[in-house]
Each structure stands twice: as C-alpha cells, then as structure tokens.
Ligand binder design. Structure first.
Ligand code: ADP
Length: 580
C-alpha cells in the first residue's frame, strides 16, 4: 500500500504519550485484549494504521504472519478457525487492504468458519463527510454485506468489548466471519491505564453447547428405524464440530452407509467398509431416509432435488442453524443443536438394535462400490504409464507418498486438480483436508496451507491446479520466509482446464497459461522440482516431505488432459454455442 506522510496520521505524538507509565493506548489495548482471549497468531499485511499493532503483538508473544496480499491472510485466518475451532484473526490496513481481506471474510462466512477481520480505517470525521481522506472508505457499511456481523469501535475504552463481541459472534452458533473496524484515531487514543483492567475481558465458553430437544431426537430415531435404505451425509460442519467419536459409534452401531462431503473426508477413514463415497450417485438416488450431519442441501448436493435424489426421500437434518432447515427440501426431523450434543443425545436415546441398515441395501452399495473401483483401476493403470504425464499419473504418486504420511494436511484447489485429487487421494484423519469449499473458490491454496502449517506444525501438501495457484502464488515467498513445512504440488497442464486450446488471434487463448512454478519458489529460497513422470513425482514429494522445508513440485501434465470446469462443466452457460 502507498504510505501517506507520517504527520498526516498523527501516529507519532500518540505513541510518545502512551509511553507515560500511567497511560495506555488503543494499540496496547487491542493486543492485551487478544492475549487475554488466548489469540496466538495474527495473519495480516501491515501498513497505515496497523503497523505498530503488528509490531507490538509480535513483541508481546503473538505470532504475526505477514502476507503479500490480504486475501490470502484472510483465507489463512479462516482455515485457522476451522482447524482450531477458535476464530482466526486477520489484520488489514484501510480501504484497499480491507477490501482484499473481504474476499476471505466472505468465504469464511460462506463456509461457516470462525474468523475476525480487524481492520484499521481512516478518520471518521473526514470519511463521513467524504472530504477525501487517505484511503477513505466507509468500511463498516461495506463489510456488513459480506460478514456474519460487522462492528466498529469508536472509543479506546470499548476495545475490550469490541474484541469480545467479535470473537463471540464469530464462534458461537453457526460460525462465520466477523468484521471489526478500528479507526486510526482509536488505535492512537491514549487513556488512563487504570481503565484498562475494567474494559478488557475474557470470553467465557466461546461456543456454548446447544442441546437438541429429546422429542426431536426421538422423532429422528423413529424415522431412521423405519428406513429401508438409510443414508448419512457428513459435511464439513460435522468435521468442525469434532464429534468424531460419536459419529463413528453411531454409524458403526447402526450399519448405515455414509457419504462424506469433501472436507468431511477422513472423519471416518475413506477405506471404511460403510463408506458409500464411490457409490455416491446410487446412494443419493435410492436412499429413502437421509440424515444430514453438518451438510447443507445446497448446489453441492443438487439441492436435494430429483433426479439426483429419490423424490420420496425424507430428510433429517442436524445443524446448529435452525434457519438452514427447509431451505431446499422439507425437513421431516430437525435436529437443531451442535453436532457433538446432537450425536450424544442420539446415542443416549437409541435403543440397542432399534436402527439397523438392511443388509440388502448395504450389499447393493458395496457391489456398486466394487464395480466403480474396478472401473477406476483401469483408468489409473492406463494413466500410470502415459507420457506426457496425465493428472491421474501424477496423483497416484501423490496418493502413495501421502499414504506414508497420514499426519500430513492436504490443501486442494483447481478444477480437474480438485475433482481428481478428491477421488484419488484418500483421507484417513479428520480435518486434514482443506479445499475450495462451498463456493468452489480458487485462491485459498497458499493461505490455507500456511495456516495448516502454522497451526499444526505438521507437513502440508497443497495440491494445486496451475491456474488455481496463480491466485495466491506470491505467498510462496511467505512460506519460505517463515520456513514452513509446505510442499506445493502443481498439476501444470498449462491452462485453465487445459492448455491446448487454439487461439483465434495472435494472443494466447483465454484459457492458456505458461509457467515454471519450480523456478518461482527457487527465487524465494525454497526448493523447486520439475517432474515429468510419476516416478519423478514420487521422488520429489518423498524428499520434500522428509526435508520439511518449503518446496514445490511442478508436475508437467499433458496439456490435452482436463475437461472444462472439471465435474461442473454443466454450469457454464452455452446459449447459441451449444447449437453450433
Ligand atoms: P458441506 O459443504 O461439507 O456439505 P456445509 O458447509 O454445506 O458442509 O454445511 C455445514 C453446516 O454445518 C452448516 O449448515 C453449519 O450451520 C453447520 N455447522 C457448523 N458447525 C456446526 C456445529 N458445531 N454443530 C452443528 N452444525 C454445525
């Protein structure tokens, strides 16, 4: 961001005053309030008016991860929220930096991840009369459209209250992104230090349990007890809820087949005998009673509509947000509450043997699974020896290396790179897969990877389409600057979707791209590998994970491999082109 002359901000004098022993200022209050609430990391980009805030936070023991672009910092904060169950914190500068961060804030809200974007902003009395301040914008008004809630702090004495309110709102109920606006004047405001202890507080029980009513639980159990073809759909809300033990116990006790949404993969290991992931279309089309656990009937589940679903299916929905129910289909048995409490209550009230999935239904799905696995095995076999390398050639190597590293976190985005990885690379551990999520967005890659590495310390493998990486690729520098154990695997087929589209003019086709990503990371001090065969992918990835330092494997993929928009090509409007 361009910086205004120091005297225009009035920062200097406030700092001098704050050094007096009996005084404190807005910046100190923000840091103290965050510390009091156990915030350990801030993801952000510095500039006017938040640079001193980042410096002080770091000096006070909060880790500050400085990004190259605010979108990526905000995506990181969102992923931190998903991974820790506590709001991730993103720090942005006024107007343009704030706007960049909003992408991540909106995406967090869409995905139900808790995060708080704290942004500095310009002088209210100038902004509100539109007198043309440095980076002038009514940020609060803008943020309201993109956040679960948006607040502004007007007085230093309200900083503790504002931060408590933001953290609470982000985490409690349905999690989401909260915007907190702190004007420069408030950050620089000097107040009596004795007021500090009264104005700051620690939030008690950040996301209180919410128990379902017993009669609602009985209604759901009865519906399941009468089902001939019951099905459980696990969504990322179930992963977020950390009800792993209860979910497994329920699924195994009842024998009900389940389908995991992509970020719920690993909640039970993907090779679990009751997983119907590989018979998904049959499962959805035939199920007569469906228990949705932290999964919305949105576009990713075809809105619950026929022909994808059985038109006579009855839905049970476990969700913390009652307003989600009936958004697409009638919900015959609502289970409103946090999923851990819901599953506790279900297990508590379920009588032994009361719900049992008929063996014929389980067998039907198992047969379809076996047939689909055999079909896929042929495709995988053909890809293994293909040259130039295919997506599935590279991905089999990634799969095999990751099988040795169940502790590794997988970040995944792209079109074909997303679809094919999801189906090829199994997950064994809960909350270890982070991907494009509810929007199917591109650009989360490096932000999510950085957060996964920072929050867990485990190896992270980011499997990226070459187009997808472009949205956050400069953060390879952040990864190397902080020496994070992140290996980025780029499935590089030289284009958006594919790289062989002819151009109608002297310019490249709209979908064409060209990059040696391995050289990019070398420029920043990381290790780059170029891999042209599955064997080279195996060798490079094995080495990179073993070294635990920043690395990138640029997999050279056949430019003709890939379909437009991957599995969701049908969403492209065709109009007259379809008739030609
Ligand atoms: P997916 O994309 O994996 O299907 P969604 O993001 O559509 O998952 O759905 C997640 C759902 O989980 C949201 O409706 C959200 O309200 C709900 N949810 C999030 N956290 C919890 C929780 N702790 N308990 C219950 N429901 C939750």
């Amino acid at each position: 961001m361009t910086e205004a002359p120091a005297q225009a901000t009035g920062e200097g004098s406030a700092r001098a005053d704050a050094s007096a022993a009996a005084l404190t200022d807005g910046i100190h209050l923000v840091v103290d309030a965050l510390k009091l609430n156990d915030v350990t990391t801030i993801y952000g980009v510095v500039g006017i008016p938040v640079t001193d805030l980042a410096r002080l936070a770091q000096a006070e023991g909060i880790r500050f991860i400085g990004f190259r672009h605010e979108s990526n910092a905000a995506h990181a904060a969102a992923a931190a929220g998903f991974l820790t169950g506590k709001p991730g914190i993103c720090l942005t500068v006024s107007a343009p930096g704030f706007l960049n961060g909003l992408v991540g804030l909106a995406n967090a809200t869409t995905n139900c991840f808790p995060m708080v974007q704290i942004s500095g902003s310009s002088e209210r009395h100038i902004v509100d009369l539109q007198r043309g301040d440095y980076e002038e914008m009514d940020q609060l008004a803008v943020a309201r459209n993109f956040a679960k809630a948006a607040y502004r702090i007007h007085r230093a004495e309200d900083i503790g209250r504002g931060i408590a309110r933001a953290l609470r709102t982000a985490a409690a109920g349905r999690p989401g992104g909260v915007y907190l606006d702190i004007p420069a004047a408030v950050l620089g405001e000097v107040i009596d230090k004795t007021a500090e202890s009264r104005s700051l507080w620690r939030v008690t029980d950040l996301a209180p349990r919410q128990l379902p009513a017993p009669e609602a639980v009985d209604r759901a159990i009865e519906l399941l007890a009468g089902a001939q073809r019951p099905l459980v759909v696990l969504g990322k809300g179930a992963a977020y809820a950390r009800a792993d033990v209860q979910l497994r116990e329920f699924i195994e006790a009842t024998g009900i087949p389940y389908v995991p949404m992509s970020m719920a993969k690993g909640l039970l290991p993907d090779d679990h005998p009751q997983s119907a992931a590989t018979a998904r279309s049959l499962a959805l089309k035939q199920a007569d009673v469906v228990l949705l656990v932290g999964a919305r009937l949105n576009w990713l589940l075809s809105h619950g509509d026929a022909p994808t679903w059985n038109p006579d299916a009855k839905f049970i929905q476990a969700d913390i947000a009652a307003s989600e129910l009936d958004s697409n289909q009638p919900i015959a048995a609502p289970l409103v509450g946090d999923i851990a409490s819901v599953m506790d209550a279900v297990l508590d009230r379920l009588k032994p043997g009361q719900v049992k999935a008929p063996q014929s239904w389980r067998d039907e799905l198992r047969e379809r699974t076996d047939a689909n696995v055999a079909k896929m095995a042929k495709r995988l076999e053909a890809a293994r020896s293909a040259y130039p390398m295919k997506f599935l050639g590279a991905l089999q190597s990634v799969r095999d290396v990751l099988a040795q590293h169940p502790e590794a976190y997988v970040v995944n985005e792209g079109a074909n790179a997303l679809d094919l990885t999801r189906n090829t690379v199994p997950m064994r551990v809960p909350r270890h897969r982070l991907d494009s999520g509810t929007w199917g967005v591109m650009g989360i890659g490096m932000g999510y990877a950085i957060a996964a590495a920072v929050e867990t310390g485990e190896p992270v493998v980011a499997i990226e389409g070459d187009s997808a990486l472009g949205f956050s690729g400069m953060e390879l520098e952040t990864i190397t600057r902080y020496k994070l154990p992140v290996t980025t695997v780029v499935l590089n087929n030289s284009g958006v979707y594919r790289g062989d589209e002819p151009s109608a003019t002297r310019d490249p086709a709209p979908t064409y791209l060209h990059a040696r990503h391995d050289l990019m990371i070398e420029a920043f001090g990381g290790t780059g590998y170029q891999a042209t065969t599955p064997e080279e992918v195996t060798a490079a990835l094995t080495r990179a994970i073993a070294q635990g330092t920043p690395a990138l494997v640029d997999c050279v993929i056949d430019p003709s491999d890939g379909t437009e928009s991957g599995n969701i090509g049908h969403l492209n409007p065709r109009g007259l082109t379809a008739l030609r």
